[in-house]
Design a protein around this ligand. Structure first.
Ligand SMILES: C[S@@+](CC[C@H](N)C(=O)[O-])C[C@H]1O[C@@H](n2cnc3c(N)ncnc32)[C@H](O)[C@@H]1O
Length: 624
């Protein structure tokens, strides 16, 4: 690939103005540091972050495989400069570790080359862990979006990697003897992070023994050969003083492979004391033999991180520790009930740290995430502890203790406090056996997937046309407003022969299906008013709404009261304890702990107002 001078000139000169190199979560207490910094003239972190932005813009002028090649070529140029610098004082510097897959030699435009060179120099001033992160996120930022999301390449910032390593230490990992696997090692965040404790405990053995032993004690799997090479580079950089002392290279510890296909350990002693990492996430369609292999933890759609969790249970020894960064969605979703059951039975959690913000933590990813340790065990379980971890713009983590929780049997939801004030509520929720079904209601999703019926959407009412109820009909303060004001939405739907299954003829409760934890309310519900249904004869409900419908002729409370219950702030808080994603699923609604219907009715008497329902619910959820 040859790049023209003019394209090279398109690399924008940009500068960063935040203090931290890893997080940008908007919590800075001090005013942001002004850094009118061109690459190479300022603090190394700022140089690397600015360089990353320029590199991303540079890569954006390419597509597909060519863009991937540019990403590797640019990152290689950073590493070449980095590797030379970190060995500047050495009499016998080592060459770079060999690639795992052949790399085409390509020429970067002069300006890009100069930026990469400055970035390498800047990285060489940092600890290897910090350098590993800032260089490898430059690589992933340059990749095409499609490649990046297919690989799930969102790397772990050093403060979180170190926190997870310290959680593993607290879980009892013995760094003097342990064997460690990272099955998705990416740019080496965890291999470099465990190098420290491994080396610290090796003071009583010779450097030769330590370096030779490393190959049998530390293993990384990675599907992307270039990322695998980055892991090997940064692990060797972390252990370079040891290697130089004995004038011996670090053995290769990273294997390029699809971890899901990797042969499970069979021999005694072949299992790992610690399986650590940040596995990729996202829905995946598994080949039949893999679906069969991981069937014990699958229910419906497979998610990569769930399968990697099952893999960790297979690769850890009995008594060993699993330390993973994952999304929180498995705590509640129905698709994860088999995984929860596997973990509850074979590798229950020891500690969970919730990361309290979604934005600005993982480069370019918006996910509710947690760090957790689990112990593979056949013995009895203890109540896991919970912490809340808040990253700050200054690259620190604030940690608050959030109490303990009890695991349910089997695949039930994990009722875990998600916020500092929630432990008492969780305690109460555990004692509430009532669910929507006890109120005489059941949940389904709105049947209309509009883009499969585009031709039937209509702007005006008319013959065979019914009102179409979209999510925006449920206002954020819990009222019904017949409207269709979002892009592509129309207020009416033309019914054709065979569309009967799309029609709703009875009043019900409508609940929005997607709400984020940052919203003031996760549960946004309203009654679909009986008068509206009567006036139009029937309606069609779109798929971004849940419908809570009576399952019996005489439900315990009216749809109006049911909607009011869901709209109370205490029930919203209860929901937040069981929800792990932006989805408000039928499964979660059906499993939401509710007060006894009779007690609620007694407290309400004839009152039906939102205020009366809120007061009654608050009492029923907080009083012993
Ligand atoms: C979320 S990243 C984490 C990387 C690194 N452990 C970290 O935390 O910075 C997930 C990594 O898994 C790799 N990966 C995805 N699918 C894989 C598979 N089937 N086998 C091995 N590695 C895989 C991706 O290439 C990516 O580097």
């Amino acid at each position: 690939m040859v790049q023209s001078e003019s394209a090279a000139n398109e690399i924008p000169a940009t500068f960063e103005n935040r203090m931290g190199a890893y997080f940008s979560v908007g919590t800075a207490k001090t005013p942001p540091l002004f850094a009118a910094a061109r690459v190479g003239t300022t603090a190394p972190q700022i140089t690397l972050r600015s360089g990353k932005r320029m590199a991303k813009a540079f890569a954006a002028s390419y597509e597909g495989a060519q863009r991937e090649s540019v990403a590797r070529c640019f990152t290689l140029a950073i590493i070449e400069s980095y590797w030379t610098q970190i060995q500047a004082g050495s009499q016998r510097p080592f060459p770079l570790p060999e690639f795992f897959a052949p790399e085409k030699s390509t020429t970067l435009p002069e300006r890009a080359s100069a930026i990469a060179h400055s970035m390498g120099r800047a990285a060489s001033i940092l600890e290897p862990l910090a350098a590993a992160y800032l260089v490898s996120v430059t690589y992933t930022a340059m990749l095409p979006d499609e490649t990046r999301s297919r690989l799930g390449a969102y790397y772990t910032p050093p403060p979180l990697a170190e926190r997870l390593v310290s959680m593993a230490t607290r879980a009892g990992v013995d760094w003097q003897t342990c064997r460690v696997l990272d099955p998705a090692c990416g740019g080496g965040a965890f291999l470099a992070a465990v190098a420290g404790p491994l080396a610290n405990t090796a003071t009583r053995i010779s450097p030769e023994k330590f370096i030779f032993e490393i190959a049998s004690r530390l293993t990384g799997f990675e599907i992307d050969p270039f990322a695998a090479w980055l892991s090997q580079v940064f692990l060797e950089a972390s252990l370079l003083p040891w290697c130089h002392r004995i004038n011996h290279r670090l053995p290769v510890v990273v294997q390029v492979c699809n971890s899901l296909e990797a042969q499970e350990p069979i021999e005694p002693g072949a299992h790992y004391d610690l399986v650590i990492g940040n596995p990729p996430y996202g829905r995946v369609s598994l080949k039949p033999h893999l679906r069969a292999r991981y069937s014990r933890s699958l229910y419906g759609h497979a998610n990569l991180y769930g399968v990697f969790t099952d893999l960790a249970v297979r690769f850890a020894r009995v008594g060993g520790v699993i330390a993973y960064v994952t999304p929180t969605s498995f705590l509640a979703g129905e698709y994860f009930k088999s995984l929860r059951s596997l973990l509850a039975g074979s590798a229950p959690p020891i500690n969970i740290d919730f990361i309290s913000v979604r934005k600005g933590v993982f480069d370019d990813a918006l996910q509710e995430t947690m760090l957790a340790t689990y112990r593979k065990t056949n013995a009895c379980r203890h109540s896991p502890t919970v912490h809340f971890v808040a990253p700050t713009d200054e690259d620190e983590l604030t940690v608050e203790h959030g109490g303990k929780f009890d695991l349910p049997e089997g695949g039930g939801l994990w009722l875990v406090p998600r916020r500092i004030e929630q432990p008492r509520l969780v305690e109460k929720l555990r004692k509430l056996p009532y669910r929507l079904s006890d109120y005489g209601y059941q949940v389904s999703t709105g049947p209309l997937v509009w883009n499969r019926h585009k031709d039937q959407l209509a702007e005006k009412p008319g013959k065979s046309k019914l009102p179409l109820i979209w999510a925006e009909a449920v206002t954020s303060d819990g009222h019904f407003q017949f409207r269709a004001d979002k892009k592509n939405h129309c207020p009416y739907f033309k019914i054709l022969a065979g569309d009967d299954w799309l029609i709703t003829r009875k009043p019900c409760v409508l609940v929005q299906r997607t709400t984020a934890k940052e919203q003031s309310r996760r549960l946004i519900a309203t009654e679909l008013p009986a008068v509206f249904v009567r006036r139009h004869g029937a309606v069609v409900i779109e798929n971004h709404l849940n419908m809570i419908r009576p399952s019996s002729e005489a439900p315990a409370v009216s749809a109006q009261i049911m909607a009011a219950v869901l709209n109370t702030s205490i029930v919203d808080r209860a929901f937040r304890c069981i929800s792990g994603s932006v989805a408000v699923s039928a499964y979660e609604l059906e499993n939401l702990p509710l007060p006894a219907p009779e007690e609620l009715k007694q407290l309400l008497g004839r009152a039906v107002s939102q205020t009366a329902v809120a007061k009654a619910c608050l009492r029923l959820y907080t009083e012993e």
